[in-house]
Design a protein around this ligand. Sequence first.
Ligand code: CP
Ligand code: NVA
Length: 302
Amino acid sequence: MKHLLSIESMDTASIKTVLENATVIKTERGDSQHQPLAGQTWAMIFTKSSTRTRVSFETGIRELGGGVMFLNANDLQLGRGEPIQDTARVLGRMVHGAVIRTFAQSDVEDFAEHSGIPTINALTDAEHPCQIITDIFTYQEQRGPIADKVVTFIGDGACNVPISWIWAAGKLDFELRIAAPKAHQPCPDLIANAINGSGGNITVTEDCQAAAEGADLLYTDVWVSMGMEKEAAQREQDFAGYQINEALVARANEDALVMHCLPAYRGKEIDEPTLEAHAETIFTQAENRLHAQKAILNWLVS
Ligand code: CP
Ligand code: NVA
């Protein structure tokens, strides 16, 4: 039984298989007769808001022949305190797979363990694996292999998106630089674990300019992740200056890509002219959630 619970728990060969398959799936969209989810029903259990992840998974599951039901976690008995393990044991007897967006990573792991059906992490506080697989697919589609390239993340270095980037850097041999204020940097132990034995190259700094120098990909995410809303005012102060803008892009390589997982807050983590100048990449990145996640679903059930 395969699951996609994190980049941390995914081996390099499987990541590469999914990336290669995403290219084929994107090219063959609309022509393919391949329906590996025919006869299946998948549940999507979401505790947090979503536009891209929800729509791309619902569309992708249907395109692969499956049926799908969207379940707002607060409408389930889960929202009234039914344990995740019991929810998992019930759904595991009815549906064929689950896509879960929630707070605690342990909830997704418990669901996978107790349901006995393929389970996908569609974002937790710890990781956003489907996003980073898509981002790497998008980079490689436009610029070739990511190995030995320089990826610079600007902003909240301790949230789910950069954490998934950290694990990916350890497995796919690119250089990762994270520029974040001291209080929002990833835990050093996590970085040590991610590069353990891989020879990975990950650095963390407060200096955005130095981190952007010669980068092949500049990447950012919101300053206030879902669940952090109470800290919004403090975070806006903490992250002032941690923005992708034209001056920062000028430090990167001439053909550097700019990406944002979206949603974007213009004037905060990215300015309006930079977002618009790189909109083609950023919205292709959003579209690619569909293709990459179809490749993930295909890998899970094969
Ligand atoms: N990037 C991303 O996961 O977007 P949604 O929150 O809209 O799903
Ligand atoms: N770090 C963000 C990602 C949104 C896709 C959040 O968790 O809200």
